[in-house]
Design a protein around this ligand. Structure first.
Ligand code: ATP
Length: 594
């Protein structure tokens, strides 16, 4: 079963999880090869350049060689061109590769997560999944494209320049090998410190923005409780915290620059000084010294890049590990290998001795020996106190959970032996809280059947008594309904949900009547729309209105996951004191309006 993802587990130092990137990179071998070729050519040109520089210095300025001056400079220019063109080609191919790989990872992770069962979402915070999809994939992006390029380029340049350094002048290289670590070690150490502090800063910024998101999502509640000042102060504190951490980082960064700049230039000047003395003594030529200094710079730059990159690599490995954890989780509800196809659309449902506990509450039966046959076209009302298990019946029929024992059949097919998607395709649902997506009215209704034409959407809206109000919206059906449908009233949202179900046209309908009271006009419209929707469909409704129970073919009275009684209203009132009491409590003085 799925378990929460923990940061700690992913903090290992190993970079082994990056192996998991291979299947994502391998489809693009061609691009990788092009990048490698470009890299090799530009690196070779870069490494050869100091030799050209040496020739320019040694021969380019001498009177005897005057005829060749142009040629030396021309060769130098050619090197510059090759480095530029192939360097750009390398940057293009690796950049493309990084973006492509990350797009594929995001796509795969989302496809996977969207298939997960409710149990997964009970234990995993949505924010965490989102941060995997964005922050973690971004970390991988930086290493899978540009990162690979830095790694290869710096490795080639580091080894190449070191070898050519030895070839150019062994004695000077000996001095450099002694001097370099004295400078590089503190630079790398301070670099690590800077990196740690910049991660801290990012965390503080994430804290502050997480806090802001939470408050802005519930801004009305904050205003009702006049807590704007308090919340602003809390946000201000979080921002100050991130500022303080950032300043600490900037200070260390300043130290880093001081040490790095003076260290690197100091070392170079030191070697130049020794080299200059050698030139004066006639032991080496000026060009050789120039060549040597260039190689020394290459070694320093690529060595620095490699050490910097190691940290990046570790962070990316952690990110990849967290993503892999997500990808490895499997939904508890799986499609059987040979699913039984459902017969042509009908709509009969049967529950037979179903026992079920929610995974997080294994000791309590939310459905207890639940047995009920619903004929095609029958209208069933479920009633019972809060927590009786009415919604659970819907959840089980929708195949969101595995139940312990018993059987549920849709059109005589055991739902555990069928494809869950086929079962769900046969069921329409109008929930208590309508979900409106941040899209237009037409898109929101079309969610019921993605292939539907505009005319079909309008027809469904008309049947759901939604056409009139949608027409009056500023841009009619193309009006953006706002995040979570913030621009619609409760009744309007419900009618959109009903239009969706009309468009889906399922043989089985599950309704969870809204408890929130609508005004009389709105209520009448919703009721009319529901009546149209239920016609000729098997309907199970969680009833919160007396009119619903009065009209139902049968009423199922539930408590603690059990069925207490089944019958018609007048009959149950007579013989079921539990029902009579429940009706009295739930519907109050509306008990006998008929
Ligand atoms: P209401 O009318 O208040 O919506 P209900 O009759 O629909 O109630 P259910 O939502 O089916 O009741 O809940 C039945 C029991 O299962 C309750 O005790 C509830 O606390 C429990 N329950 C519901 N969902 C979960 C869940 N995801 N995990 C654990 N327990 C749950």
């Amino acid at each position: 079963m799925s378990e929460p993802i923990t940061e700690e587990r992913a903090k290992g130092k190993s970079v082994r999880p990056l192996k998991m990137l291979i299947p994502f990179i391998s489809p693009y071998k061609g691009t990788l090869l092009l990048a490698l070729v470009a890299l090799l050519v530009s690196s070779a040109a870069l490494l050869a350049m100091p030799i050209a520089v040496r020739n320019v210095i040694d021969h380019g300025f001498s009177v005897e060689d005057a005829a060749n001056v142009d040629r030396y400079f021309f060769v130098l220019l050619m090197f510059a061109l090759v480095i530029g063109v192939f360097g750009a080609a390398r940057a293009y191919f690796v950049g493309w590769l990084g973006e492509r790989v990350v797009a594929d990872i995001r796509d795969k992770v989302f496809r996977h997560v969207v298939r997960m069962d409710p149990t997964f979402f009970e234990v995993t915070r949505i924010g965490e999944v989102l941060s995997r999809l964005t922050a973690d994939t971004t970390l991988i992006q930086s290493i899978s494209g540009v990162g690979i390029s830095i790694l290869l380029r710096s490795t080639i340049q580091f080894i190449g320049a070191l070898a050519l350094l030895a070839y150019t002048n062994l004695q000077l290289m000996g001095i450099l090998v002694i001097v370099l670590p004295v400078i590089i070690v503190p630079i790398v150490a301070i670099g690590h410190w800077v990196r740690k502090l910049s991660r801290d800063t990012q965390d503080r910024v994430a804290d502050a923005s997480g806090h802001a998101a939470e408050i802005l999502n519930a801004v009305e509640t904050v205003q009702v409780f006049t807590a704007e000042e308090l919340e602003s102060r809390r946000f201000g504190d979080a921002v100050t915290e991130s500022f303080v951490t950032a300043v600490r980082r900037i200070r260390v960064r300043a130290l880093f620059t001081t040490v790095a700049m003076s260290g690197v230039f100091g070392a170079l000047i030191f070697v130049l000084w020794i080299g200059a003395n050698e030139v004066l003594a006639g032991n080496i030529s000026g060009g050789e010294l120039g060549q040597f200094v260039l190689y020394a710079i290459f070694v320093g730059v690529s060595g620095g890049a490699l050490s910097e990159f190691w940290g990046e690599l570790q962070r990316a490995a952690g990110a990849m590990e967290r993503l892999a954890e997500l990808l490895e989780m499997e939904p508890a509800i799986q499609t059987p290998s040979n699913p039984i196809a459902l017969p042509a659309s009908q709509g009969a449902v049967s529950f037979n001795g179903v026992n079920f506990s929610y995974p997080s509450r294994p000791d309590t039966l939310a459905a207890n020996d639940f047995t009920l046959n619903v004929a095609k076209g029958e209208h069933i009302a479920l009633v019972g106190p809060s927590g009786a298990g009415k919604s659970t019946v819907f959840q089980l029929l929708l195949r969101f959970y595995n139940f312990e024992s018993g059987q549920i059949k849709v059109d005589d097919v055991d739902i555990t032996k069928a494809d869950p998607r086929e079962i769900r395709a046969r069921i329409g649902i109008v929930p208590q809280q309508t979900i409106i997506f941040g899209a237009t009215a037409v898109e929101n209704i079309r969610f019921g059947r993605p292939g539907a034409t505009d005319d079909e959407v309008i027809e469904a809206a008309k049947m759901a008594s939604a056409h009139e109000f949608i027409e009056k919206l500023p841009e009619g059906y193309d009006t953006y309904l706002g995040e979570k449908g913030a621009r619609l009233s409760g009744g309007q949202k419900q009618r959109i949900a009903i239009a969706r179900a009309v468009l889906k046209d399922p043989p089985i309908l599950l309704l969870d009547e809204a408890t929130s009271s609508l005004d009389a006009q709105s209520e009448r419209l919703v009721q009319e729309a529901l009546k149209v929707l239920q016609k000729n469909r098997t309907t199970m409704v969680i009833a919160h209105r007396l009119s619903t129970v009065l009209e139902a073919d049968r009423i199922v009275v539930m408590d603690s996951g059990r069925i207490l009684a089944v019958g018609r209203h007048a009959d149950l009132i007579e013989r079921e004191p539990v029902y009579a009491r429940m009706v009295d409590l739930q519907f109050g003085d509306k008990v006998n309006p008929v």
